[in-house]
Design a binder for this molecule. Sequence first.
Ligand code: B12
Length: 238
Amino acid sequence: MESSADEISKDVTQRLLTCGLDLVQVFDIARYNDLIADHETLAPLPLFGRRGALALLVGNTKALWPVFTQVYHTDADLQICADPLDAWVGHVLKACLKHIPAESVLRFSHDPGEGLVSMLHLAQASGLAHVGPAHLAVHPEHGTWIGLRGVIVIDAEPPVLPSGSVTRPCDGCDAPCVLALETALAKTSASEIASSWPIWVAVRDACPVGKASRYSEAQICYHYTKDRAVLHPEPSNV
Ligand code: B12
């Protein structure tokens, strides 16, 4: 008998939570396919011959950092990876897939080329977050302080969810993030973020939502610069 969306998503959510991947949004992947239908460079995700299919969007808040740095500290293989965070997320999600009792497809935020998925469109389609004017997903509780890691699409019936609109935390906001983004773009090109990251952090800080969810300085520094010096679990870095 086919496992229900509820059973599968509860099990996956629990497994990922212990790995610091504390945002799991259950939805119907048909909503993403509809949203990107007219997009020139994005391809639809599989429906397994169904009208809709169960999907789990996986992300994180600041909860990821202490878990990840602890694992990094004790895992020699991870320490020699080109991108340890992407590698670890890959390991965790692939391990999780083995427990799903149906055919599944996994896509990562860092997948390039033909495998590219738009995490911002996924955030919007799933209802996890609203895409704000500074091209960032804005979560109703955590604001811009979330990472979006991957999506699992499963050959199972999708949940029956209300078709109502996503919570839109940007509605009624005078969008201070736009000025911060324009300031950052005036000073650097987007490809130079690592060398001028504080002015890019200001784009996130400008958002009035989710201030309490701001990442630690070490987590911020790592995400913008990939500086491994901050990958240590000392109390000052978590
Ligand atoms: C490429 C990319 C970038 C490029 C964008 C270049 C461009 N002009 O498109 C650059 C290097 C600038 C960038 C910067 C950053 N990014 Co980025 N990026 C991505 C990535 C890998 C792919 C985006 C993409 O191509 N989408 C598909 C295309 C086809 O969609 P699109 O509709 O055409 O374009 C979207 C984006 O490109 C963006 N966009 C379009 N034009 C511009 C212009 C500028 C200046 C920026 C910043 C963005 C932007 O908004 C569009 C709406 O969805 C995604 C992960 C993913 N797989 O989605 C992360 C992602 C969107 N980035 C993310 C982050 C966090 C950042 C940074 C804060 C740096 C960092 N890693 O910490 C900065 C600053 C962003 C900001 N707004 O302040 C997060 C967003 C989290 C959130 N809360 O929303 C994502 C989801 C990665 C993740 N693991 O979580 N990024």
